[in-house]
Design a protein around this ligand. Structure first.
Ligand code: GTP
Ligand code: MG
Length: 423
């Protein structure tokens, strides 16, 4: 049993009980005989002394048609700390109840076959999703986008493997096709698809880490003013003194449903010394790690004219226009700031699209899929059928590690089913 909703106080709290005794626990709270999959309002009474705790909407899901695959009861009670604490304390005092471990409901769903490991991982990502793009990716993956690809690769590998096994073990049987197994021809495309998925997932973390946008320019061009305008609040100090910003100031923004980390930097000028020079060194480091560089110019400062600039902003357009700028901005001109935000949103969306469509999002998955790719490379490299089969088996095992199930029987079934051997 556990509180499945957010921490109290909240309007409603959802307390979930999973396991064969779930209905008995509901009965202990005075909510017996719940009809499956129907919401029923019941008074909840304390098992210890019969005191009324709250009125709660009670739900019963009979396994396996439940979130965990087991019998599940949910109490939707009022979300006060007192109500939640009392129900939890009364429940764990019952002999058949204990507090669930973190992630245990999902783990039980995996063990009862309701979902595989890859699905469970993306469910965790869906719960953590903070931007629209993260939500879309997690939802796609939690609906089985990775699991389906894995199942497809695995099924094809098992077919190739069964061809190998058949030739190794039963080559004298008449119903095995002649001419040797087309093992490499079938393995090659799978290896290519897996390599593409790994390549596409290289930047998968970017979606959650954020697209790095760096504002850079000479002192006093208005970089700090621009980051404040983009953030809609004061994140950096602004003054008419050149060299105000000494360190990198970053703010995380949701730009068009994508996460971006926008950084304000120390203004760059040649003559700087001391702390200002250190700040400029930090600016250069920040530039090296940037996904998108915005060079800020203004008519009253000497432009940097950076080669790496992706966008040149001519700021303080209210004072004078700036030569060579892609976009004119001014603090008093709200539409110009919106136009800048739009340009940054477009760049962010374009930069993170690959990451949004990545199939593999976790280091664990990447390492297991790399093992699959390595095993397939071994299978393709060796001319010996036995060694190919061994490498293909290793590839299947590595896929099993991704989904959480490894089933050798499946291979035998496929061999016997396909060639009618051993009848
Ligand atoms: N006229 C006008 N002045 C502006 C505008 N934006 C900023 N300023 C002024 O320009 C001066 C410098 O602004 P900052 O934002 O501190 O400039 P910065 O590029 O961060 O400067 P450093 O941190 O020193 O590198 C301040 O006096 C601002 O008030 C604008 O759109 N129009
Ligand atoms: Mg500044």
């Amino acid at each position: 049993m556990a509180l499945s909703s957010g921490p109290p106080p909240s309007g409603i709290a959802v307390i979930r009980v999973s396991g064969a005794e779930a209905a008995a626990v509901a009965a202990a709270f005075g909510a017996g005989d719940l009809a499956p999959r129907r919401a029923t309002l019941r008074p909840l009474t304390a098992p210890s002394d019969g005191e009324l705790i709250d009125h709660a909407l009670c739900l019963f899901f009979r396994g396996p048609a439940s979130a965990t695959g087991e019998d599940v009861v949910e109490f939707h009670c009022h979300g006060s700390p007192a109500v939640v604490d009392r129900i939890l304390a009364e429940a764990v005092a019952l002999p058949q109840v204990r507090a669930a471990e973190a992630g245990e409901f999902t783990m039980r769903a995996v063990f009862s076959g309701c979902m595989d490991l890859a699905d469970a991982e993306s469910l965790a990502d869906l719960i953590d999703a903070r931007t629209e793009a993260e939500r879309r990716r997690a939802l796609r993956l939690s609906q089985g986008a990775l699991s389906q690809r894995l199942a497809d690769w695995r099924a094809r590998l098992i077919t190739v493997l069964s061809l190998c096994e058949a030739h190794i073990d039963f080559a004298d049987e008449s119903d095995v096709p002649d001419g040797g197994p087309p093992v490499d021809a079938a393995t090659g495309p799978i290896a290519d698809e897996i390599a593409a998925a790994l390549l596409g997932s290289r930047d998968a973390d970017k979606l959650t880490d954020g697209f790095r946008i760096v504002l850079v320019g000479p002192p006093n061009a208005g970089k700090s003013s621009l980051i404040n305008a983009l953030a809609g609040r004061r994140v950096a100090l602004v003054s008419d003194e050149a060299g105000t910003t000494r360190d990198v100031v970053s703010v995380t923004l949701d730009l068009g449903g994508y996460r971006a980390v926008v950084s304000d930097t120390a203004g760059v000028r040649e003559a700087a010394a001391g702390i200002e020079a250190l700040g400029i060194a930090r600016t250069r480091e920040e530039l090296a790690g940037a996904d998108f560089v915005v060079e800020v110019r203004s008519a009253d400062t000497v432009p940097l004219c950076l080669d790496e600039a992706d966008l040149v902003v001519g700021h303080k357009a209210d004072v004078a226009p700036v030569a060579g700028a892609d976009l004119a901005t001014g603090l008093a001109d709200g539409a110009s700031i919106e136009a800048l935000a739009r340009r940054l949103s477009e760049a962010t969306a374009a930069g993170l699209q690959g990451a949004e469509h990545a199939l593999v999002t976790r280091a664990r998955q990447r390492s297991a899929l790399t093992q699959v790719a390595d095993a397939l490379a071994d299978a393709l490299a060796t001319p010996h059928l036995e060694l190919k089969a061994e490498a293909l088996r290793a590839a299947c095992r590595a896929i099993g590690r991704l989904t959480g199930d490894i089933d050798v029987e499946e291979i035998l079934d496929d061999v016997f089913g396909r060639f009618c051997i051993g009848k």
